[in-house]
Design a protein around this ligand. Structure first.
Ligand code: CU
Length: 342
């Protein structure tokens, strides 16, 4: 019965808005979440694929070799400065599923879930034969629910505030076989979730100057539920995104973006991870500041078949990074997204 009602609703809405033209630059760069609101009774679905490749290991801002990860002195948290393994690379696919719904013009509700696939390659220390080994994890990530509240909405300025909560739907007990055990708990970055309830707040603003737009988003997230069931929690997150888009055509726009990201250091530790095993299992090697640059394209289909379906693409490259301890750095991130609102 519910499905029937929803089908009828969707059918009516598709027909009601079939003539409305959507513009490519009506949305920000695809990696910006919650960049726009919806009008009363609008619904939007989205899917994003984020592909991230990490390689090279850094201590603070300096790139260090695999050998130095496994030999002293390297700044490792135990002072002795050695790890039994060094990370070589990590690949991650993030599948993000989103839905938005506006019960009225002043509030848009948003939910976002994800499915993560990760692979990490490491090398054993010379004494153990220097062999390379891989670990994998996959599963659903944390879920974010939020409400976007309209502050200003006119032709020139669109400003809203967002309030939300990240829910711990992702596993923090991902395991795989490592040189230490056939079923070892994997390092922090290989886990799918945070294990904590994290409220967040963000401010989003877009200024329109004809075909050129400027957007800003400031986002802050903090853990509210103490340590997770494994004895740790992540530090606070802050990001600021500054972007500008150029609407070259009604159905095609380009964008540039500067992304600053701060991640606080981790509190507590997962006792089942042996910190000497790898920098990835040492709770001291968490937290960072990063500055990234994004180059993006938005396209919205104006043909009658699949009308107003949107495609977005963004390539994100690192400009500057400073890590707390020894961590792997991003080489690049690609985001590809589909959105459809009606
Ligand atoms: Cu939307």
């Amino acid at each position: 019965m519910n499905y029937l009602l929803i089908s009828i609703l969707i059918f009516i809405k598709i027909n009601a808005f079939a003539d409305e033209k959507h513009f490519a630059d009506g949305h920000g760069p695809i990696s910006v979440m919650g960049d726009h609101m919806h009008k009363k009774n609008e619904i939007m679905f989205s899917y994003r694929l984020g592909k991230m490749k990490m390689g090279d290991t850094f201590n603070g801002t300096d790139r260090i070799s695999r050998t130095s990860v496994m030999s002293a002195p390297n700044g490792a948290s135990n002072g002795a400065g050695t790890y039994m393994n060094a990370p070589i690379s990590m690949n991650m696919n993030m599948h993000m599923f989103g839905a938005m719904y506006a019960p009225n013009d002043f509030l848009t509700l948003m939910i976002m879930g994800s499915y993560l696939e990760k692979e990490m390659t490491s090398q054993r220390m010379a004494m153990a034969g220097s062999a390379q080994w891989d670990v994998n994890s996959a599963g659903i990530g944390d879920t974010r629910i939020s409400g976007l509240f309209n502050l200003i909405h006119n032709e020139r300025i669109k400003t809203h505030l967002g309030f939300g909560m990240s829910l711990p739907s992702g596993s923090i007990d991902e395991r795989d076989s490592t040189p230490a055990s056939s079923s070892a708990r994997l390092g922090y970055a290989m886990q799918n979730g945070s294990g904590t309830y994290d409220p967040f707040v963000f401010f989003n603003n877009v200024n329109v100057f004809g075909k050129i737009k400027f957007g800003e988003q400031f986002y802050f997230k903090k853990v509210a539920s103490g340590k997770n069931s494994k004895g740790y929690n992540y530090g606070s997150t802050f990001h600021s995104k500054l972007w500008s888009s150029l609407g070259l055509l009604d159905n095609f726009s380009t964008s540039i973006q500067l992304i600053y990201e701060y991640q606080g250091s981790l509190h507590g530790e997962d006792d089942e991870m042996n910190p000497r095993m790898s920098p990835a299992m040492d709770s001291k090697n968490q937290g960072h500041q990063k500055l990234n640059f994004g180059l993006g394209f938005n396209y919205v289909n104006h043909h009658s078949f699949l009308k107003n379906n949107r495609l977005g693409f963004e390539l994100i490259l690192p400009v500057f990074k400073r890590f707390h301890g020894i961590q792997m750095g991003e080489k690049y991130k690609i985001m590809l997204g589909w959105q459809y609102g009606f």
